[in-house]
Design a protein around this ligand. Structure first.
Ligand code: FAD
Length: 222
């Protein structure tokens, strides 16, 4: 398996626990919007600790970008990633992933599960093909929403924000359940893209199928 050592070009806080990290792009290193790679930190004690992260940059950019949520309450890799600085090195591996754009539809994301959709939605906007796609994005509170302003600007009324632990004006409150999806979605005969914690994906997949979506039109990381 190939390994690519890359320097961090910039690291910037997006939310209280998510960093946007741009790194050098190795020559010929290509990806399809929605895909991911395993990343490790280029330090003797951490080289073998690989974790999957999704590219969020446009495929045309000369750099690669990730948005990485750090879990500071336990000593995992993402906690250390949150302390990295410009010029520190990461190791990237092969590109893989099952999530890619298959046609107009509804994107449903929970928390950091938005990352493959950021890449896909940015790509669609870049190609002027974003029209008609809709995003339902669930987070605990407003301060957890990654790229709220950019997503609002991109999608307008087709961006539906749901909060599970904070009540706020213009935001839906509560878990995404069957009655919520039935109220929001007019047509179940289109593509669905689901990404988030395992339980979230399982639950939404099951609700969508019950409401009439065909299993082969529901795209998620298996
Ligand atoms: C295909 C794919 C793409 C992904 N893309 C992204 C992305 O773009 N951005 C992103 O932020 N994430 C992404 N993830 C998730 C990311 O890979 C994980 O958050 C990361 O691997 C966690 O690494 P870790 O070493 O910090 O935690 P690990 O030690 O690997 O633990 C995994 C999870 O268990 C929980 N956990 C384990 N132990 C404890 C503990 N003691 N206390 C509290 N919680 C605990 C944490 O919630 C953590 O998420 C992706 C996952 C997949 C499968």
């Amino acid at each position: 398996m190939d390994e690519f050592v890359v320097k961090i070009l910039s690291i910037e806080k997006l939310t209280h626990d998510v960093n946007k990290i741009r790194v050098e792009r190795p020559e010929g290193y290509d990806f399809i919007p929605g895909q991911a790679t395993e990343v490790s930190i280029n330090r003797a004690d951490l080289k073998d600790e690989r974790r999957p992260f999704t590219f969020t940059s446009l495929t045309e950019k000369p750099y690669l970008e990730f948005m990485i949520k750090s879990y500071d309450n336990h000593n995992g890799v993402t906690k250390i990633i949150g302390t990295l600085k410009q010029n520190d090195e990461l190791i990237l591996h092969d590109v893989w992933g099952a999530i890619s754009y298959k046609g107009q539809g509804i994107f449903i994301a929970g928390g950091a599960g938005i990352t493959p959709f950021i890449s896909i939605l940015r790509d669609l906007r870049h190609k002027n093909k974003l029209n008609g796609n809709q995003l339902i994005f669930s987070n605990k509170t407003k301060q957890d929403i990654i790229l709220n302003a950019e997503l609002s600007e991109m999608l307008g009324n087709n961006f539906i924000n749901v909060l599970t632990r904070e009540k706020a004006k213009d935001y839906f409150f509560g878990r995404i359940d069957a009655s919520f999806l039935k109220a929001q979605i007019k047509d179940f005969n289109q593509c669905f893209y689901v990404c988030g914690p395992d339980e979230f994906v399982k639950e939404i997949d099951s609700i969508l199928t019950t409401l009439g979506a065909k299993p082969d039109t529901i795209v998620f990381e298996k």
